[in-house]
Design a protein around this ligand. Structure first.
Ligand code: SF4
Ligand code: SF4
Length: 79
C-alpha cells in the first residue's frame, strides 16, 4: 500500500469512528424546536454547547459526539 493510500485509509477509519448513529459527523440544533432550557449545555462534558439568543449552539470543534445532549434534550431538538 502506498503512503497516500495508508493515510487515506487512516482518515476514513477516523471519520467512521467519529460518526453518530445517523452517520453524520456533526450535530445540529433545530431552532424551531429549541426552547433554550440549557439542559444540553449543562450535560455536555466538553463545553461544546452555549445558549446564544435563546437557542443552543454546538461548537463542532469541541463536540465529541457523545450524544448526551441528544438524550437530555426534552424537545428532541438536537440531531
Ligand atoms: S454530543 Fe456530547 S460533546 Fe457533543 S455537544 Fe452533545 S453533549 Fe457535547
Ligand atoms: S436541551 Fe434542547 S431545548 Fe434545551 S436548550 Fe438544549 S437543544 Fe434547546
Amino acid at each position: 500500500m502506498t503512503r497516500y493510500a495508508s493515510l487515506l485509509a487512516a482518515a476514513l477509519l477516523l471519520l467512521s469512528a467519529c460518526s453518530n448513529p445517523e452517520g453524520s459527523t456533526q450535530l445540529f440544533v433545530d431552532r424551531d424546536l429549541c426552547i433554550g432550557c440549557a439542559k444540553c449545555e449543562e450535560v455536555c462534558p466538553y463545553g461544546a454547547i452555549e445558549i446564544i439568543d435563546g437557542d443552543a449552539v454546538i461548537d463542532p470543534a469541541l463536540c465529541h459526539l457523545c450524544m448526551r445532549c441528544v438524550e437530555e434534550c426534552p424537545k428532541g431538538a438536537i440531531y
